[in-house]
Design a binder for this molecule. Structure first.
Ligand SMILES: Cc1cc2nc3c(=O)[nH]c(=O)nc-3n(C[C@H](O)[C@H](O)[C@H](O)COP(=O)(O)OP(=O)(O)OC[C@H]3O[C@@H](n4cnc5c(N)ncnc54)[C@H](O)[C@@H]3O)c2cc1C
Length: 350
């Protein structure tokens, strides 16, 4: 396994649980999982907000929907098992999407009607009054979608892997070499190791390892930013709030009384500028006053790996024993359990 973000850690853990011998490589494994110092180069997973938008996915068929549905089915079991390693890890349920206009409301109504059994329900303006008074077209509430803390998740998975006797190597992989029916994995420290199967979970860095093998899967970085806010006015408790409120692609996540996180996909490319902070705080000028006047107590950014010319994520066996599980773009945390299951099946069939 190469790469120890949510995808690599989750997949390694699932493989180890199924009895496979797992070695995991990532130079970040000797760093603690935190966001101390906003200048720190964060992995996609550490930058993420951990929002699970599974059942509100608009498509009704295809791989994307199947992966989401399966991941959402698996998350409660995963959390229950991982709590043994990190008791603070929780699935915070409840996600509310505010309808932007009449068309969006109609789409939401049709989805809610089809997914009553999956916990979707329309909410009218009157019911939203205490939470988001500017809502004028209602919203869609999803009982089982929600959020997990991606830092606690990584801490739990690292501990779970250590207990499974998986080999955790804090080193980068620089080169892959086919060696008869095996793979020779070359590390930065000059050593190498032999494995039956290699699983690449290296997000944006995947192409560096794939290109010399004649496999090209280009990805483009898409910046994501998050703000940690302290309110000076407005709601003091979040008693009527869901775990995640989504408005115009912005996620609002209450974390403590008077505190919340705000995040969005803000711009293509890989550089954070000052502007997005203003944009995010004003929510395209539809933000309530208490949000505009909140104090920013922290902010960070990270890169999402978006596959070029192919749908995200990239789940493929590229050659016998060479598996790619990468390019999860905006939903890598959400899709971790479904990805882990897919890779395990691929490994067992390889
Ligand atoms: C601001 C922001 C908010 C987001 N919010 C959400 C959200 O709410 N919900 C959601 O589901 N997703 C969200 N995402 C997307 C999500 O973070 C990613 O899809 C997910 O983290 C991808 O996980 P990963 O394990 O593939 O990649 P990463 O977490 O980036 O991990 C890749 C790892 O590979 C390692 N690596 C790279 N090259 C090598 C090498 N040569 N050798 C060894 N190791 C290597 C890196 O060190 C890194 O640790 C967000 C992303 C951002 C930036």
């Amino acid at each position: 396994m190469i790469g120890a973000g949510a995808i690599g850690l989750g997949t390694a853990w699932h493989l180890a649980q199924q009895g496979h011998d797992v070695s995991l490589y990532d130079p970040r494994l000797n760093q603690s999982v935190d966001r101390e110092g906003s200048a720190k180069d964060l992995s996609g997973t550490s930058a993420s907000l951990g929002v699970l938008m599974g059942y509100v996915f608009r498509r009704r068929s295809g791989r994307g929907w199947r992966l989401r549905r399966r991941s959402m089915e698996l998350w409660p079991q995963w959390i229950e098992m991982l709590q043994a390693h990190q008791p603070d890890l929780k699935l915070h349920p409840g996600l509310l999407q505010i309808a932007r206009d009449e068309q969006a409301a109609e789409r939401m109504e049709s989805l809610a009607a089809q997914r009553v059994d999956l916990g979707l329900q329309m909410v009218n303006n009157a019911d939203l009054a205490t939470v988001w008074p500017t809502a004028s077209h209602g919203g869609l509430h999803s009982r089982h979608d929600g959020r997990i803390d991606p830092l606690l998740l990584q801490q739990a998975l690292r501990k779970a892997l250590a207990e499974q006797n998986a080999e955790l190597n804090a080193t980068a992989v620089v080169h892959l070499e086919r060696n008869d029916n095996h793979w020779r994995v070359h590390h930065t420290d000059g050593n190498s190791s032999i494995h039956d199967c290699v699983v690449l979970c290296t997000a944006l860095n995947s192409d560096v390892l794939l290109e010399p093998l004649g496999q090209v899967r280009p990805m483009t970085p898409v910046l994501g930013q998050a703000l940690s806010l302290r309110l000076t006015t407005g709601p003091t408790t979040w008693s009527n709030w869901p775990s995640v409120l989504v408005n115009q692609g912005f996620n609002l996540i209450p974390t403590a009384p008077g505190r919340l996180l705000l995040g969005a996909t803000v711009e293509p490319g890989d550089r954070a500028s000052e502007d997005p902070l203003t944009l995010m705080r004003n929510l395209n000028e539809r933000a309530p006053e208490w949000l505009c006047s909140a104090t920013v107590v922290g902010n960070w950014s990270g890169l999402r790996a978006r596959p070029m010319d192919r749908p995200a994520p990239l789940l493929e066996e590229l050659e016998p024993g060479l598996i790619l599980a990468s390019g999860h773009y905006r939903n890598g945390v959400l899709l971790t359990p479904g990805t882990a299951e897919w890779v395990t099946t691929a490994v067992e069939q390889a």
